[in-house]
Ligand binder design. Structure first.
Ligand code: HEM
Length: 402
């Protein structure tokens, strides 16, 4: 086995997840990586990357080799970060299995679908004030409000406290342009939710927080017990962290992608039954989390090259989503596309637990936007991509409404 990965050619392909110019349009680089360096190595930041659909499909779910126990973001894997117990998105079996089962029993697709009309009312309240103003900002007017509002509804958090959820989580994820994220030891333990958890423990209701406080489960030692206060706080933090910025960015991409494809936007406005397919195509075309990282815990050979234990591997979901071998004409946005599922919600044991909720929010948002604003043009001079290494999307996306 060779130990060196050569990107090949006289002008080797280069991918740096922190470089804003590459981040603005990563797709030409991803295409070259799929063709020229399917197992890519970046010396500067010392990580490997897989970009082909088939490779990600094969390796991403292999938890024996690719561990989540040091996080799923490159910066965390590189640090000696102490992951709080219960942060199941960053745990391997058996702990992940135990906790995932607890949350799966509560966070059911049915419960998410039951929220649909509440999500619609909330969306209408966000959008109605914009009608007749000639302007709409997909982030400020909706993306910044809806996901936090919905998680707040799920957890039973009173309306007036909900905006703080998004602010806290976004601040933790933000990066300085061109630089890796600063890893904080304290931002994942559920700070800010303590008072609410304690209040809810004494005032049970029919919300998810009450269920989390009451559920009994068998832990990894075989003991049947309730979640500790710390575990509940960490769970809430995982849900708020995983479901907030991601869905906010999805709403931004609805504005950008349908702004760039007015003919398809008109088809959807005239025929709302196209909305679910249009959301899937936006999720494929512009996935809000372009990559997910893993810590390599055993030597593995890929494309004849050794990836040594201790390395970091990036799985480029955004590249897989445009892999021509799976998505013919994959660089084209097409709401009538049939066939392959995209990779945007991940694969394997960590596959997104909130995908049903994200789909409800995305679909309702698209329906309600198109009902009120069937036409728009993106205000490109004032639209700004967000600076975060774990998600890719718009910080602000103002549009002109005719
Ligand atoms: C467009 C929106 C979303 C996208 C693209 C997305 C994407 C993902 C991806 C790729 C993973 C796998 C991470 C990994 O393998 O390390 C994941 C996991 C997860 N997501 Fe989402 N997500 C979205 C929305 C949500 C929402 C709304 C929630 C809940 C409120 C949520 C909750 C979770 C949780 C709890 C996990 C961890 C699951 C586990 O480790 O077993 N996500 N998500």
């Amino acid at each position: 086995m060779k130990t060196q990965v050569d990107a090949g050619g006289s002008d080797p392909v280069y991918w740096d997840p922190y470089r804003p110019d590459l981040g603005r349009d990563p797709y030409p680089t991803f295409r070259r990586m799929r063709e020229e360096a399917p197992l890519y190595y970046n010396k500067e930041y010392d990580f490997y990357a897989l970009s082909r659909y088939s490779d990600i499909d094969t390796h991403f779910g292999n938890v024996e080799v690719f561990s989540s126990a040091r996080g799923d973001v490159l910066e965390f894997i590189k640090e000696d970060f102490e992951i709080p117990r219960g942060m199941f998105i960053w745990e391997d079996p058996p702990l992940h299995t135990v906790y995932r089962k607890v949350v799966t029993g509560i966070f059911t697709p049915r419960r998410m679908n039951d929220l649909k009309e509440k999500v619609r009312d909330y969306t209408a309240r966000c959008l109605d004030p914009c009608v007749g103003t000639g302007r709409l900002d997909f982030i400020a007017d909706l993306g910044a409000k809806l996901p936090g509002g919905v998680i707040g509804m799920l957890l039973g958090i009173p309306d007036e406290d909900r905006d703080t959820i998004r602010g806290r989580v976004d601040a933790a994820l933000r990066t300085e342009e061109g630089k890796p994220m600063e890893v904080s030891q304290t931002s994942y333990k559920g700070e800010g939710f303590e008072d609410y958890v304690d209040w809810r423990a004494k005032n049970p209701s029919d919300d998810l927080m009450t269920l989390l406080l009451q559920v009994e489960f068998e832990d990894e030692t075989g003991t049947t017990r309730k979640l500790t206060r710390d575990e509940v706080l960490v769970f809430v933090n995982v849900l708020a962290g995983a479901g907030n910025e991601t869905t906010a960015r999805l709403i931004g991409w609805i504005g950008k992608v349908l702004g760039d494809h007015p003919e398809q936007r008109r088809q959807i406005a005239q025929n709302p039954s196209l909305v679910p397919a249009a959301i899937e195509e936006i999720l494929r075309f512009e996935p809000v989390g372009p990559s997910v990282a893993r810590h390599v815990r055993k030597d593995v050979e890929i494309h004849g090259q050794l990836v040594p234990a201790g390395s970091a591997m990036l799985f480029l979901l955004a590249s897989a989503n445009r892999d021509e071998s799976r998505f013919p004409d994959g660089e084209r946005f097409d709401i009538h596309r049939q066939g392959q599922p995209h990779m945007t919600f991940g694969r394997g044991i960590h596959v997104c637990l909130g995908s049903a909720l994200a789909r409800v929010e995305g679909r309702v948002a698209m329906e309600e936007i198109l009902k009120r604003f069937p036409e728009w043009t993106v205000d490109a001079d004032n639209a700004k991509l967000s600076s975060s290494s774990s998600t890719r999307g718009w910080e602000t996306l103002p549009v002109f409404i005719p």
